[in-house]
Design a protein around this ligand. Structure first.
Ligand SMILES: Nc1ncnc2c1ncn2[C@@H]1O[C@H](COP(=O)(O)OP(=O)(O)OP(=O)(O)O)[C@@H](O)[C@H]1O
Ligand SMILES: [Zn+2]
Length: 693
């Protein structure tokens, strides 16, 4: 592998959307995996040396420079190759995710401090810091100038850090000892201490100076993990998600690449980053649908974590109280080590769950039944916190005029606009973000009296609660109200500090938050996903409800949960009530087997989209006709997407289904090789799709 000669011809993988492999000549000795800068058209680009060739091609452009501080291991390159073969994401696009900011490859790796005469000038920054830290504080231009003028001098420092291990309970210790070398699934009921076990597990890895990646499904959980890690660890903690400022992104990417941060908490895209020395991956709430990226390059963060762990030969821990069916199946197939925790920490009990049949309750225009109202009232008197869950953002979901029939619709998507009063009054599309002011009268007939708002969201529930509990301090938790990570963290802290009595939230509250004084959970609409046309809707409903209910009774006082539903007899609820996740998963799995759905088969979606509906339809048909007939591939469609158009683009979809042991990706790759599309039509490939709209 480390063959080296002068005047070598090398294939360099570049961050170009197509395949991305280009030939160059090197006069320096380079190895496969080296990170190199090469000329490309009028620009220069950073890439990775992918292969070495015997010198045959004359007049190639030359490599400009080799990055000295990082190179890709053969295992990481194998991960990229396999990942591209599996997801059908071109290698060049994957490389963009490895080096999302190539500018940092120009930065030196030394630590600098002020020359003594200079430190009085920079009052705020007298300490030694890495180049990246200086740039983060003062900007690239200034720092470069200071180095040139020798106002900053290079120094050697050693980063020392401590990591003390948490003290685990007997059950937790037993669980810790069972963790295997590769993928381990830690299945523990909510509040059993999965996080704490991981914090103990990573101690020796950190002390070996390796990096740990902790993947979280939601940006809001990053800060929570940072707090948990800080209890035991004194070093730098890296953060990676899409809401970082450009300045922060550069600093974080540099610190991760050069190994100056040892623990990184990140959203799904962190799985592709270049790490100096990755030692383990933890995937928190592995069942969460947010790990799936459906737009742009389509991949599943959890699956890529397992893949990366496998290829880089490092442990990957998957955590959940409600395993996804895919993981449950993998556990059954003995692909993962399984560790189970069935007790909450400190003898906390799982909440008792009560069903409230909506058919038997008098509601009029309200949404909260009498028993739930009374329970809220009692909790308020006892000064314990309550949580109401409804999976709808905003106030209502349809603005309609009963005089002329006008309904407020999105101008880009075939959906109605939702009504929001918080943080501002608007009509909003939940798919493309299109907004317009709330009309005062009907825009068509100018009528005012017959306007109705249909559907119920968090804000309306807030209004209802306030009407019967006027003194309660209510907090609405949805992405509209807390739209920056900072706002959300402040709100979560205020909840922990008991500044609120009643929380009303969307899915956002279903994630692993820990509010010790929360003892009551009410599910406003338990039926919300039972009729969705999605093979995972039952699974998702179970997960969300179980997670939300799991927020109750995590401290010393036991919790209670009420589920309002019109289908009290639905088997999902009896599994939920008896906390029998295994029973639920077994039943779901047999249904999937019966109907030939994943995880028993491989499903791939091909979506064609464009501005003109007929053209999209035409090319969808020709793609279908172009796909060769094979007895093992089932081709479904093309069919128009359920929401059509979406963001002004019309979409037609083809689904391909095959048994898992066939290489359906190869079949698609070969077929697409000889199929061309005009530039106005886009083809999006999604292996293992989660979105069927
Ligand atoms: N061994 C321990 N020592 C001290 N505190 C612990 C221990 N184990 C758990 N806890 C505490 O119990 C609470 C729940 O633990 P943790 O968050 O680790 O559970 P979890 O299984 O990850 O929960 P969830 O699935 O709901 O996110 C936390 O406040 C944690 O600090
Ligand atoms: Zn829209």
């Amino acid at each position: 592998m480390s063959l080296q000669t002068h005047h070598l011809i090398v294939s360099v993988l570049l961050p170009i959307h197509r395949l991305g492999l280009f030939s160059y000549e090197s006069t320096e000795s380079v190895k496969i995996g080296n990170c190199v800068k090469v000329p490309f058209g009028s620009r220069s680009l950073w890439g990775i040396v992918w292969a070495l060739h015997a010198p045959q091609v004359p007049n190639l452009k030359k490599i400009i420079e080799v990055y000295p501080y990082w190179s890709a291991s053969s295992m990481f390159l194998l991960f990229l190759r396999q990942c591209s073969e599996y997801t059908l994401i071109p290698l060049g696009s994957l490389l963009r995710m490895v080096f999302p900011i190539s500018e940092i490859l120009e930065w030196p790796c030394q630590t600098f401090r002020c020359a003594s005469s200079f430190s009085s000038v920079i009052q705020t920054c007298p300490w030694p810091g890495t180049f990246a830290q200086w740039v983060f504080m003062f900007g690239l231009k200034r720092v470069k100038k200071w180095i040139q003028e020798a106002n900053l001098v290079s120094v050697e420092i050693h980063h020392d850090y401590n990591y003390t291990s948490p003290i685990l309970t007997k059950h937790q210790k037993e669980a810790l000892e069972k963790i295997g070398f590769q993928t381990t699934f830690i299945e523990g009921i909510t509040g059993s201490g999965k996080t704490e076990i991981c914090l103990a597990y990573i101690q020796p890895i950190i002390l070996e100076k390796k990096q740990i990646l902790i993947l979280v499904p939601e940006i809001s959980l990053c800060q929570q993990w940072v707090h948990r890690v800080q209890k035991y660890y004194s070093g730098n903690i890296g953060i990676w998600h899409s809401e970082l400022s450009a300045k922060e992104r550069k600093f974080q990417a540099w610190s991760i690449l050069t190994g100056s941060t040892s623990i990184i908490v990140g959203a799904r895209s962190a799985i592709f980053l270049g790490y100096k020395n990755l030692g383990a991956i933890i995937v928190d709430e592995e069942h969460d649908g947010s790990y799936k990226q459906a737009e742009g390059p389509a991949y599943h963060g959890r699956d890529m974590a397992v893949f990366r762990g496998y290829h880089e030969k490092i442990p990957c821990l998957l955590l959940s109280a409600t395993p996804s069916l895919e993981s449950f199946w993998n556990i059954e197939q003995k692909r993962y080590t399984h560790v189970a925790l069935s007790q909450r920490y400190g003898n906390a009990q799982l909440p008792d769950i009560y069903m409230l049949d909506l058919k038997e309750q008098k509601l009029d225009s309200n949404m909260i039944t009498l028993p739930l109202r009374e329970a809220l009232q009692k909790n308020l008197i006892k000064q314990e916190q309550s949580l109401l869950f409804i999976n709808k953002r905003g106030y209502a979901s349809l603005w309609v005029c009963y005089h002329c029939g006008f309904r407020a619709a999105c101008q880009n998507c075939n959906v109605w606009l939702s009504i929001h009063y918080l943080p501002k009054s608007v009509l909003l599309c939940h798919y493309c973000g299109f907004k317009k002011p709330l009309p005062k009268t009907c825009p068509e007939c100018h009528n005012l009296e017959q306007v109705k708002l249909w559907g119920v969201g968090v804000e309306k529930i807030g209004q209802e609660v306030q009407s019967f509990l006027p003194n309660a301090k209510i907090c609405i938790l949805s992405s509209d109200v807390c739209y920056t990570p900072r706002q959300l963290n402040e709100t979560l802290l205020a909840i922990k500090n008991q500044e609120y009595d009643i929380l009303i939230g969307t899915q956002l509250v279903a994630k692993g938050h820990h509010f010790p004084n929360l003892t009551l959970v009410g599910i406003i609409d338990g039926d919300f996903a039972l009729s969705h046309l999605d093979l995972r809707s039952g699974e998702r409903l179970y997960q969300v409800l179980c997670q939300v209910i799991g927020r109750a009774g995590r401290g010393v006082i036991p919790g209670k949960a009420y589920i309002q539903t019109s289908q009290t007899k639905h088997p999902l609820f009896s599994y939920l009530q008896s906390h029998n996740i295994q029973g639920f998963l077994q039943e779901e799995l047999s249904t999937r087997k019966k109907y030939h759905f994943p995880p028993y088969v491989r499903l791939i979606s091909l979506t064609l989209s464009g501005i003109d509906e007929n053209t999209v339809h035409h090319y969808a048909l020709s793609l279908k006709n172009h796909l060769p007939h094979e007895s093992w591939v089932e081709v479904l469609g093309p069919a128009p997407s359920l929401i059509n158009p979406l963001r002004r683009r019309w979409r037609w979809r083809i689904f391909l289904k095959s048994p898992k042991h066939y290489k359906i990706q190869d079949y698609i790759r070969t077929a697409l090789h000889t199929f061309s599309l005009p530039s106005k039509i886009r083809l999006h490939i999604d292996v293992d799709p989660y979105d069927f709209l």
